[in-house]
Design a protein around this ligand. Sequence first.
Ligand SMILES: Cc1cc2nc3c(=O)[nH]c(=O)nc-3n(C[C@H](O)[C@H](O)[C@H](O)COP(=O)(O)OP(=O)(O)OC[C@H]3O[C@@H](n4cnc5c(N)ncnc54)[C@H](O)[C@@H]3O)c2cc1C
Length: 460
Amino acid sequence: MRTIEADYLVVGAGAMGMAFTDALTDHANVRVALVDRRHSVSGHWLEAYPFVRLHQASAFYGVASTLLGGGQLQRRGPEVGLQERATQAEICAYYAQVLERMVESGKVEFFPNSEYVGDRTIVSLISDKRYEVPERCRIVDARYLAPSIPAAKPPPFDVAEHAQVLPVNDLARLEQSPGQYVIAGSGKTATDACIWLLSRGVDPDAICWVRPRDPWMMNRAVVQPDPAIFLGMSADMMQAAEDATSLADLFLRLEEAGIMLRIDRTVMPTMAKTPTLATWELEQLRSLENVVRRGHIRAVDRGKVTFSDGSVAIADDALIVHCAADGLKYPPLVPVWSAEAITLQPIRAGFPCFGAALVGYVEATREDDDEKNRLCPPSPYGNSMAQWAQMIALGTRAALSFSAAPDIRAWSDTVALNPARVPQGAASPAALDDARQRLATHTRPGLDRLAELMCADPPG
Ligand SMILES: Cc1cc2nc3c(=O)[nH]c(=O)nc-3n(C[C@H](O)[C@H](O)[C@H](O)COP(=O)(O)OP(=O)(O)OC[C@H]3O[C@@H](n4cnc5c(N)ncnc54)[C@H](O)[C@@H]3O)c2cc1C
């Protein structure tokens, strides 16, 4: 067994592990062993469906030292004027380049196809070689929130022998069109599958969308790397929270303010993972009229889909597209720094890469774990509306906490991953001054109200 001379063992080379390692090694003279059971860096993106793109601007994703993409506005297509969004291939190529730079620095050693089996031990899945790290080496858990994806999970329902079911990844490899597409899932992957099918000329009536929950999504136009836009949206959000009489009222106010979107305005969504969506995509989704809202699928068979309260007929040769993996994960929040591990989680609400980079920077620049935990309390992802309120409340409090440290504030204003950054020396248009003023007015009362609302999950 070889001993790796490392100060940190980072378990998981996805977005979180890469962002942490990059910020840590840029600010401290340390050695990192980076391990992943996959064959390369990039995490779940290596197995994502081929037509996926980031749902947010590229600038918000990746590592702090290196901008993903060119920071350009889109100049063609239906999102002209919005920031570019990287494809799967671009994301994987980007992380491969970042890894090369890390390895060249002499600070990082990468162990692909290798499993961390606990007890400071790594085992190669290819050669069975074993490695250990010394006692002083800190373990970094960069897989705590690793999403589950359809390519890696069988469908969560029974599949009869003659039913045709395929994971969303295989949709792009179809060689014959079925009589009907049945999309199973409510989340971002399902919306991508619907929009992709429509882009390939599939008739909206040939798509049946089994949507167990209706989703709230954020309007991509207001989640942009422009401080006047992002801080203006944040101020609107806090004002809506301050005035909200209930969770449902909060989301309706956010919809009214152009922040939240829902596909069907006659249905109150209960799911609030809130990926961003463009309004052209919303229009496309609204063209699908065959929507089945009967809860989760129990079983599929030739010609029918079964739910807990009965069955729905589908075409005999229907193709069921599995988009029903959980996606985001919701384990309990834990302190980022503990004796056992540094557990990477988002800090500012909903921006995992920024959170992991921030933890890397704070780890590099501070000694005391209690102080680090005080500066960077974790925030969860949203799922229900109450959890979304909790994400915004905890994430905003965390942002107030770490921004109070002058060096962190200065660093985070240089990092494009930080959606709220105001670059030094940037012009301050009236819209930005207005947004800052409104944030100053509404943040405290908005936070107080969110703290009440996050405890109030609506029935059903
Ligand atoms: C389709 C999709 C699109 C998304 N789009 C966005 C977006 O636009 N913007 C955004 O901010 N977020 C987005 N997300 C959210 C997602 O949470 C982020 O991409 C997130 O940062 C995932 O990175 P991760 O490092 O947590 O997980 P992963 O990418 O899954 O990386 C974790 C890694 O840990 C490895 N691992 C686990 N256990 C072990 C072990 N014991 N030993 C060795 N290796 C191990 C796994 O192999 C994996 O590669 C998206 C998610 C999905 C599924």
